[in-house]
Design a protein around this ligand. Structure first.
Ligand SMILES: C[S@@+](CC[C@H](N)C(=O)[O-])C[C@H]1O[C@@H](n2cnc3c(N)ncnc32)[C@H](O)[C@@H]1O
Length: 560
């Protein structure tokens, strides 16, 4: 299965193209990517990360907006007020009954409308209504009245481009990041952080109302960050040339134009520094940069990951050739100028595919793995291993999972979609036994290694599809006390939900980066006899529209 553009969490082995989930990808698709795991190769296609079927629908709120909007695909933001252009005024001040105002179905692309923004949509757009039809406008903020140009008329909704803010929200701010307008990785920097958090809570509330019919939601206040900047521990940036100089960045939507994102404000400063210096060294040594068009040159992508616990940096240069020219000089200069770098690796990817990593990784200098810690759990990360992108918030997320699991030491816990075993290992010291299920073999191996490194001997990890493995366990009489699921953005497969309903674990803890699919799956379990106890949103990707949630569902019927 392929990871899709945008990120987010999930891919255990980050091996795909996406925007650097800075912003994720947010809405990083998870099967691979969490918000923000993107970056890289090949033009970003609008909608390229759109998820099939269920997820696709789930990713819209409200009969609504298309995923695959420019920002969603990591493309250029259409959020800055644009100069006025000629176009028909459809409805002065957006009043449904205004004279001359036309019915929403009569609108055409290019028409101008005035809309009052009601809320933020799941992809970060402002959402308002024109004659009861939802309108999605990038860059607009709740309570603002904006003039916008219709860009697309769909049966259920309109998309429009912001032209002018007629009534401005007090929560509008100048985006602090120097590359916000060109990058597309973040969607909410034009709102204060306080307003972002509120908008995310509303996104969650709206999703549960829409997809689970819950108007009274046991919603806890979102867990935000004290300092919502510089949190991303990893960047995967495409290399290119501007004259003689090496630049790194992300491709603009639907183009081969590389957008330089130096100085990205959500990236950890250690990551920004490493990438900047490596760029300079590559320029000095004139190491050939890969050209997508001619397919000549060597270096395609630079990946830098920083360990929060140590400040150490793992650097991987992805090349289109087996040989990395001047590699000895390159290594020496990096070591001289970047003392925090502990690994310099080369990964070879000759394929045309949008995947970032190829199969072969060689350590040119330094350690095989980057050591990282979250709480008491130790992780040893190979260059391709998935790890959460915001360690500070990951601790809050996992602590919410632990609270929900309410372990006493006697429980059998299943950690479905376990990735590198992070949640299972967080819970293992408090449980009798943990069993993790994960699709990607390398991640399963990482999970086993991480358990060993942390001295945890009551967790085991199996490779397979959660929707096949858990039903099989249940058929064989295994009855977990607690099931944790942390699926890709697409949500859980029905056979998995049905197996949970059959096994009736006392507690089901669902971790999700997609409130829409979360609410849909929650609805299935409500119908099976589970009760929703609480919903805890966690802001894993400040400045983006992504919101992660932990929910606790309890079995209220007869024990199985
Ligand atoms: C959102 S990530 C969760 C990873 C982990 N819980 C964490 O916090 O780092 C989802 C994981 O599910 C895996 N996955 C995707 N589809 C799966 C399936 N059908 N069965 C089992 N694992 C799957 C992906 O490889 C990925 O590691």
């Amino acid at each position: 299965m392929k990871e899709r553009l945008h990120p987010g969490k999930g891919a255990n082995i980050q091996n795909k193209t996406k925007r650097d989930s800075r912003g994720a990808n947010p809405q990083g698709s998870r099967q691979g990517g969490k918000p923000g795991e993107a970056s890289a190769r090949g033009p970003r296609k609008a909608g390229a990360h759109d998820l099939r079927g269920y997820a696709s629908q789930g990713s819209r709120q409200a009969g609504e907006a298309p995923r695959g909007s420019a920002q969603d695909s990591g493309g250029f933001r259409g959020s800055k007020p644009q100069p006025r252009r000629e176009g028909r005024e459809a409805a002065p001040h957006g009043k449904a009954a205004s004279q001359g105002a036309r019915h929403a179905d009569e609108l055409q692309a290019g028409d101008r409308i005035v809309v009052t923004i009601k809320r933020i949509g799941i992809n970060g757009e402002g959402v308002g209504y024109y004659k009861r039809k939802a309108v999605f406008i990038n860059g607009a903020i709740p309570d603002e009245v904006v003039k916008a140009k219709v860009t697309k008329v769909n049966p259920g909704y309109l998309t429009a481009e912001l032209i002018e803010v007629e009534k401005k929200s007090p929560f509008r701010q100048a985006p602090p990041c120097p590359v916000y307008d060109v990058c597309g990785g973040c969607q909410l920097q034009h709102m204060t952080y306080e307003a972002q958090l509120k908008a995310k809570e509303e996104i969650v509330r709206e999703s549960f109302q829409r997809y689970a019919g819950l108007s009274e939601l046991p919603l806890r206040p979102i867990l935000g960050m004290d300092d919502p900047w510089g949190y991303r521990n990893k960047a995967q940036l495409q290399a290119g040339l501007a004259g003689e100089s090496v630049i790194t960045g992300l491709y603009a939507a639907d183009s081969h134009k590389l957008v330089d994102v130096s100085g990205c404000a959500v990236q950890h400063p250690g990551v920004n520094e490493a990438i900047d210096r490596v760029k300079t060294i590559l320029s000095e040594l004139r190491i050939p940069i890969y050209n997508e068009r001619t397919r000549e040159g060597a270096v395609r992508t630079i990946v830098a990951r920083v360990g929060q616990a140590t400040g150490h940096v793992q650097l991987t240069l992805i090349t289109a050739t087996d040989r990395l020219p001047d590699s000895r000089q390159l290594v020496n200069r990096i070591r001289e100028r970047l003392p925090m770098v502990v690994t310099i690796a080369q990964n070879v990817n000759k394929s045309k595919s949008p995947l970032i990593f190829g199969d072969k990784t060689t350590v040119l200098w330094g350690k095989e793995r980057l050591e990282e810690e979250l709480g008491d759990v130790k992780f040893s990360l190979s260059p391709r291993a998935f790890f959460q992108l915001n360690p500070e918030q990951t601790v809050k997320l996992y602590n919410s999972v632990r609270e929900a699991a309410s372990l006493t030491g006697n429980e059998l816990v299943v950690d479905a979609y376990c990735g590198t075993g992070t949640i299972g290992l967080w819970l293992a010291p408090h449980a009798r036994e943990v069993r993790g299920i994960e699709l990607i073999p390398e991640a399963v191996q990482d999970a086993r290694d991480n358990a060993r490194a942390s001295g945890i001997d009551n967790a085991r990890f199996v490779e397979g599809r959660a929707e096949q493995v858990l039903p099989e366990w249940v058929r064989n009489g295994i009855r977990p006390d607690v099931v944790v699921v942390d699926p890709p953005r697409t949500g859980c497969e029905l056979p998995l939900l049905h197996a949970i309903a059959e096994a009736k674990p006392k507690r089901l803890v669902y971790v999700s980066c997609n409130p829409a699919t979360l609410a849909k799956d929650c609805n299935v379990l409500l119908n099976e006899g589970y009760r929703l106890e609480w919903v805890q949103p966690v802001d894993m990707f400040p400045q983006t529209s992504h919101v992660e949630c932990v929910i606790l569902m309890e079995w209220r019927g007869e024990p199985n």
